[in-house]
Design a protein around this ligand. Structure first.
Ligand SMILES: [Zn+2]
Length: 116
């Protein structure tokens, strides 16, 4: 399946390919529990992800081991996707940013990110 998404202001647009999305993933690590975002329960390799950014709107936040990159729009503040720590270079996408997905209708798998 091909999906398309964006931040709130539209400065970050992206498309990715993945399986049909029927479940979302919540993560209990120190940053995800603060964002309370619903993520893809699969990772997207870079060759299946295309990102189109207006100017320098894409910022990333790193902490701890600095492997994971939590990308967000520095214009509207919306977290769009993360490059994961366990699969560096691959992405989990914030499903709240994806067209056609209602995160309130998905069942949520909890990922024990606090334990890694
Ligand atoms: Zn934005």
């Amino acid at each position: 399946m091909r999906y398309r998404g964006s931040c709130h202001c539209g400065a970050i647009q992206f498309q990715f390919e993945g399986p049909k999305i029927t479940v979302g993933m919540g993560c209990n690590c120190s940053i995800c529990r603060r964002k309370n975002a619903v993520l893809t329960n699969f990772t997207v390799p870079p060759e299946h992800m295309s990102i189109d950014v207006e100017g320098s709107a894409l910022s990333s936040y790193e902490f701890g081991t600095k492997v994971a990159k939590h990308h967000f729009c520095n214009v509207c503040g919306i977290f769009t996707f993360v490059e994961t720590r366990l699969n560096p270079g691959e992405y989990r996408v914030n499903l709240g940013c994806v067209e056609g997905i209602n995160t309130f209708e998905l069942s949520i798998e909890v990922y024990d990110g606090a334990a890694i």
